[in-house]
Ligand binder design. Structure first.
Ligand code: NDP
Length: 336
């Protein structure tokens, strides 16, 4: 078995030396288990959080652990009553070629219904994140302005398109011209801005003449700084991710303390600022039904960035935190 483990906890941006490729024997199956072979591995920003030694909503990785991750996998041997050799499933097999599962958390995929890799993106965890955060917290109404950054990515691309399905106006923020063109022309966002532009904050203010009703927070940093003054009374902010800060040090006291002023504005503008994790609301079934239909009728489009070969996962992951990916990042580990 080829697998990639955490060799060292990254200090700032992860480096190739923080990862180690290992080979190990493929484990033998016990009764009730299946052997999975990875076809696609999903690379996601949350993995950076697991590399920290910090209490969070999920346990940290220990040094030497196989890095966690969602996968599309094939059952290649089974001693489980419900799973059969050849079944294609979505799983959580991590950064490795083979994994043993007791069947918990596996979901059968039908390759005739949708390309299997979509189970890691638009029809998987990132899609559910967009759907849930909007439905339970953002609650966009027709005519409202919804802003989202990382808008060409897995979550952001779905946020803007679902907002438009609800009749809202979608303002997307991306890094670079190519991503901007894609989000505007292919995904149909109303306005797209580049967060690297020197006058980005002014551009955002011009793009939101009626203020912002929903800010789907994916990044933090200077995007948040530009958005915050534009939030309308009773605006909603689903706090989904803060990727601009994932490589920051663990020091909570860094920088200027802006908490009092932020809290004052949350109070006076009666903002709803609520963090959430993808599985908080149990909307899996409802989401899959809606999103499958939207993908089929072309209202929910997506782009995948497919990297070949498990050994290239570390470099691709490092790039994800720098905006080098263009679309949902997956690693093709084996043949479909
Ligand atoms: P993406 O596919 O959007 O890839 C990450 C993107 O983030 C990059 O391509 C880059 O896009 C953008 N980015 C990186 N650094 C910065 C920065 N400093 N400022 C602005 N943008 C930056 O990733 P996902 O769609 O998978 O994830 C998006 C967010 O959603 C992340 O914060 C992630 O942690 C969060 N998330 C949260 C979940 C939850 O349960 N709460 C579940 C899933 C994801 P660009 O080049 O356009 O700037």
């Amino acid at each position: 078995n080829t697998r990639i483990v955490l060799a060292a906890r990254p200090d700032g941006a992860p480096r190739p030396g923080d990862f180690r490729v290992e080979t190990a024997p493929v484990p033998a199956l016990k009764e009730g288990e299946v052997l999975l072979e990875t076809v696609y591995l999903s690379l996601d920003p949350y993995m950076r959080g697991r590399m920290r030694d910090l209490k969070s909503y999920a346990p940290s990785l220990a040094l030497g652990d196989v890095i966690v991750g969602g996968t599309v996998s094939r059952v290649v041997a089974s001693r489980h009553a419900l799973w059969h050799e050849g079944d294609l499933v979505s799983a959580y097999a991590g950064w490795q070629r083979y994994a043993v599962s007791d069947g918990q958390g596996l979901r059968k995929l039908d390759p005739a219904a949708a390309p299997p890799s979509t189970a890691l993106g638009v029809l998987g965890m990132p899609g559910l994140t967009a759907y849930s955060g909007l439905r339970e917290i953002g609650k966009p109404k027709a005519g409202e302005t919804v802003v989202v950054a990382a808008a060409s990515g897995a979550v952001g691309s779905a946020v803007g398109q679902i907002a438009r399905i609800h009749g809202a106006r979608a303002v997307g923020i991306v890094g670079g011209k190519e991503k901007a063109e894609f989000v505007k022309n292919e995904l149909g966002f109303d306005v797209v801005l580049d967060h690297r532009a020197p006058d980005f904050a002014q551009q955002l203010a011009r793009a939101c003449p009626d203020g912002i009703d929903v800010y789907f927070e994916n990044v933090g940093g200077k995007v948040w700084d530009a958005v915050f003054p534009l939030l309308n009374d009773f605006a909603r902010v689903p706090v989904c991710g803060l990727i601009a800060h994932y490589n920051d040090a663990n020091d909570p006291d860094q920088g200027v303390d802006r908490l009092p002023i932020t809290m004052r504005e949350i109070l006076s503008r009666r903002l709803t600022v609520r963090g959430f994790i993808v599985f908080d609301f149990g909307l899996e079934e409802e989401f899959l039904k809606a999103a499958t239909a939207w993908v089929a009728d072309g209202r929910l489009r997506y782009r995948e960035d497919v990297v070949e070969g498990l050994e290239n996962a570390p470099q691709a992951f490092i790039g994800l935190l720098e905006g080098k990916n263009f679309g949902k990042l997956v690693v093709k580990v084996g043949e479909l």
